[in-house]
Design a binder for this molecule. Structure first.
Ligand code: UD1
Ligand code: UDP
Length: 377
């Protein structure tokens, strides 16, 4: 059996690592990297940290507008699929690479398997929301990380072949946290004090492409009484430069602006932080796994459980709201203790995905055999 997996952006490499290992126990996996992320520290470093096999294809399709990027990916992935003729195509999350992979496969009748199905922000201004809704509606197997995701799909009439398997990011996290602690030297390299700093990540288009929001986030960070570590996403660096804000940021003594870091270094930075401020989906969840107070720089989140239980506060992008969310979280405004509720499963999502895909493809094979036998008889 052959499956094509399509990845392209940083979080997809992390999600694919544990699933890929499961699939390769029983099928041939052809790995397609669209090239959406291409810098060493946005791409190759994750393959090295997580021992992900080299991609069989690198399409080199990073940059450009949404239409240009997604269109070029669609065409290139279709060519790969026509050549490889896999029994299924596996896609992750909600990026342009996800949508291109799902659409290319669905159009030529290859089953689509979507990992991280059913997430919704109900904000169609986000490119991710468009990508995930369309991908879910094209998919033949839908792997949901949470009960909320299953319910979201049901609201749209999708109830068949929906599996709540838990979150593959939790699998990756559990596998790698100890390894990260033993291998990473990031704290010494940056000369920062454990448990005293706020770790920040920002990359959402709604924040970087809106000078007002970006300026507000920066103003709030400049007013913090904490040391701040900020691994800067390339999109955010470009936006800060464009708005003449980078100099201001780099001039702030309490803020360490660094390049994006590898996964193991990131886990250690998260583990030793006092608090996390982010607009990233993955980082919100990792804060939750680590029982770290989180301030989310958005008006809504797909990971609503983390907010409902008090671990995460939605602060939007107004300066005063951000500062009061930090204040609230610093007073221990959450009641999680050291063991987070198991909203995201128990770290077995990749095994379950492997089993379901195996079963699905084997039954299709059997059906095909019966059908062919029928024809012969
Ligand atoms: C993408 C995803 C987003 C995901 C994020 C993870 C879409 C629409 N967005 O956003 O859902 O949360 O990845 O990080 O798919 N760039 C570089 N080097 C790189 C990668 C990007 O310089 O290695 C720059 C390029 O100028 C590029 C810009 O960053 O045009 C944005 O990259 P892109 O992949 O289009 O979107 P992200 O903001 O990374
Ligand atoms: N991450 C990383 N290095 C960084 C920033 C993030 O390894 O400098 C990891 C982070 O730990 C998480 C994932 O990247 O596992 C989240 O990806 P990102 O924030 O780019 O995208 P999102 O999850 O919002 O789609």
């Amino acid at each position: 059996m052959k499956i094509v997996t399509v990845v392209g952006a940083r979080p997809q490499f992390i999600k694919a690592a544990p699933v890929s290992r499961e699939l390769r126990k029983w099928c041939k996996e052809v790995l397609v990297h669209t090239g959406q992320h291409y810098d060493y520290n946005m791409s190759k470093t994750f393959f090295d940290d997580l021992n992900i096999p080299r991609p069989d294809y690198n399409l080199g399709l990073g940059g450009g507008t949404h239409g240009k990027q997604t269109g070029a990916m669609l065409e290139a992935i279709e060519s790969v699929l026509m050549k490889e003729l896999p029994q299924g195509v596996l896609v992750y999350g909600d990026t342009n690479s996800t949508l291109a992979g799902a659409l290319a496969a669905a159009k030529i009748h290859i089953p689509v398997f979507h990992v991280e199905a059913g997430l919704r922000s109900y904000n169609k201004n986000m490119p991710e929301e468009i990508n995930r809704v369309l991908t879910d509606h094209l998919s033949d197997l839908l792997f949901c990380p949470t009960d909320v995701a299953v319910a979201n799909l049901a609201k749209e009439g999708i109830t068949k072949n929906v599996y709540q398997v838990g979150d593959v990011m939790y699998d990756a996290f559990l596998e790698n946290m100890q390894i990260a602690k033993s291998k990473s030297t990031i704290l010494e390299d940056l000369d920062i004090t454990r448990d005293s700093y706020i770790l920040v990540t920002v990359h959402r288009a709604e924040n970087t492409d809106n000078p007002n929001s970006l300026g507000n986030i920066l103003s709030a960070l400049l007013q913090l009484d904490y040391e701040v570590v900020w691994p800067l996403h390339p999109r955010t660096r470009q936006a800060l430069e464009k708005n003449n804000l980078l100099g201001k940021l780099e001039g702030a003594e309490h803020i360490k602006v660094i390049d994006p870091v590898g996964y193991l270094d990131m886990l250690v930075l998260e583990y030793h932080s006092a608090m996390i401020m982010t607009d990233s989906g993955g980082v919100q969840k990792e804060a939750f796994f680590l029982c770290k107070p989180c301030v989310t720089l958005r008006e809504e989140t797909e990971w609503v459980e983390t907010v409902e239980c008090g671990a995460n506060v939605l602060a939007g992008t107004e300066v005063e709201r951000i500062l009061s969310a930090v204040e609230e979280q610093s007073k221990g405004g959450r009641a999680l203790g050291t063991e987070p509720p198991r909203y995201f499963g128990v770290g077995q999502a990749s095994i379950e995905i492997g089993n379901v895909v195996h079963y699905y493809l084997s039954s299709r094979d059997m059906l095909l055999e019966f059908y062919l036998q029928d024809l012969v008889d």
